[in-house]
Design a protein around this ligand. Structure first.
Ligand code: FAD
Length: 407
């Protein structure tokens, strides 16, 4: 009987294999990977640079980046958090650097460095990696599990780690149907917003360093950079909203209204007063040629155009109504989203195995002793910026520690 079968040769599965074999070098461990390539997502992650984790050593701040699993992960991160990730990779000879926005990458700026570290260190006497091996079923028996690859092939294992990743349709979890786990329905997360008849398209490529995006009809709002694209809006603030509102937006079939506050640090009264004061001081200037706020010039021109402040007017002629309208637009231009676009750098699936089924101390199934979970297969996901890999490393570590005790 094999000590451990790992279903899925991704980030969480490989991390766990490393840890089990570090603690128990003589353990028999098999990774079963359905495709021909392991660690495929690590390879393409972070635009090929692999955003390994996020420079957030404060435990509570870290947790705020997980729309699903925040409370549950607090137990997991107690055992393995960002600092541990950095030490872990450093011990494998991989130096990690932080970028000003907090994202952390290997110094090489090449995801292959992370793949090499995860792969070459999996050295056990009895370690086996099998690609093109799809697990079709897992049958729990007394003190062991039968892992079925096909009708004729099965592996009997004392422990099984399910690390088969997110399943966008839910079909990817059919192989564990017989155990009747509660499964939270999938929903895509981390996407950009499409705007139909996008009449701000001429501003494509324009980015605002600090804006606040609100989902109208909810109290969800996030600050950060916003980018105008040829299909709509992107940037960290949009992605964060897509993540926290993943389920609401799915229910709305991606048809929703959102607003962008271009000057989040000032109130609407302050914005309006600033314009009125400017008007008094420079009555002869043309509004669209006299940017008042620290927003890109093209954006200011656009706001002027939308509020009727452009053209032949000078400030003296601009009436209160137009100033009021410009203030409203600056503090919340409303857009109508119709559809979403996958953000190429990182996307994940919300939903998966319900956390009610899993013990956060060990990542073991509450109803099946010897069966463990790690990574995105669970109903855990984070915003963009390295948080999803951090969850994969941490849950892989916790599961591996508990598995090792059983070997
Ligand atoms: C384009 C892109 C870029 C990303 N960039 C980042 C980033 O920079 N930073 C970050 O934190 N996160 C990033 N993510 C998210 C991150 O990649 C995932 O959250 C992470 O890979 C999850 O790890 P995992 O091991 O749980 O699953 P995966 O890495 O998806 O691995 C699961 C593996 O299981 C295999 N498998 C599935 N079913 C079976 C089966 N029945 N039998 C055998 N094998 C099976 C799959 O083929 C796969 O290889 C990115 C995601 C994408 C799509």
């Amino acid at each position: 009987m094999i000590d451990l079968v790992i279903v899925g040769g991704g980030a969480a599965g490989f991390f766990a294999a490393n840890e089990v074999l570090r603690i128990k070098p003589n353990a028999s461990v098999v990774i079963l990977e359905k495709t021909g390539k392991v660690l495929a997502k690590v390879k393409i992650s972070g635009g090929g640079r692999c955003n390994v984790t996020h420079n957030l050593l404060d435990f509570n701040e870290l947790l705020k980046n997980y729309p699903r699993g925040e409370l549950w992960l607090s137990e997991v991160f107690k055992k393995f958090s960002v600092k541990d990730t950095l030490n872990w990779f450093e011990n494998k000879g991989v130096k990690i650097k932080a970028e000003p926005d907090g994202r952390m990458f290997p110094e090489s700026n090449d995801s292959q460095t992370i793949i090499d570290a995860l792969q070459k260190k999996v050295v056990g006497n009895q370690f086996e990696l099998r690609t093109h091996s799809t697990v079709k079923n897992i049958i729990p028996q007394k003190g062991k599990f039968e892992v079925l690859l096909s009708e004729n092939e099965k592996i009997v294992a004392k422990n099984v780690l399910i690390s088969s990743g997110g399943s966008p349709t839910g079909n990817g979890l059919a192989y564990i149907n017989s155990m009747q786990f509660e499964i939270v329905p999938p929903a895509p997360s981390l996407f950009t917003f499409n705007v139909k008849n996008h009449n701000w398209v001429d501003l494509m490529g324009l980015s605002v360093t600090k804006a606040k995006v609100r989902l109208i009809g909810t109290d969800l709002e996030f600050s950060g950079p916003v980018l105008i694209t040829h299909w709509g809006f992107s940037g960290p603030a949009i992605l964060k909203l897509s993540s926290f509102a993943a389920r609401i937006l799915q229910e709305k079939e991606y048809k929703f209204n959102f607003s962008i506050d271009w000057i989040p640090d000032s109130s609407i009264e302050e914005v309006q007063n600033k314009m009125i004061n400017f008007q008094k001081e420079y009555p002869k200037k043309k509004p669209d040629q006299s940017p008042i706020f620290s927003i890109p010039k093209r954006l200011w021109e656009r706001i002027c155009k939308e509020s009727g402040l452009s053209g032949y007017f000078n400030w003296a002629e601009a009436g209160n109504k137009k100033i009021q309208l410009a203030s409203q637009l600056l503090k919340g231009t409303v857009f109508k989203a119709e559809g979403k676009t996958t953000y190429k750098e990182e996307f994940v699936t919300a939903g998966g195995i319900s956390l009610k089924e899993i013990n956060a101390e060990t990542c073991e199934a509450k109803r099946y002793s010897g069966l463990f979970f790690a990574g995105e297969v669970m109903d855990v996901d984070g915003v963009t910026g390295g948080f999803n890999f951090q969850a994969a490393w941490s849950t892989g570590f916790v599961a591996a520690t508990a598995i090792s005790k059983r070997i």
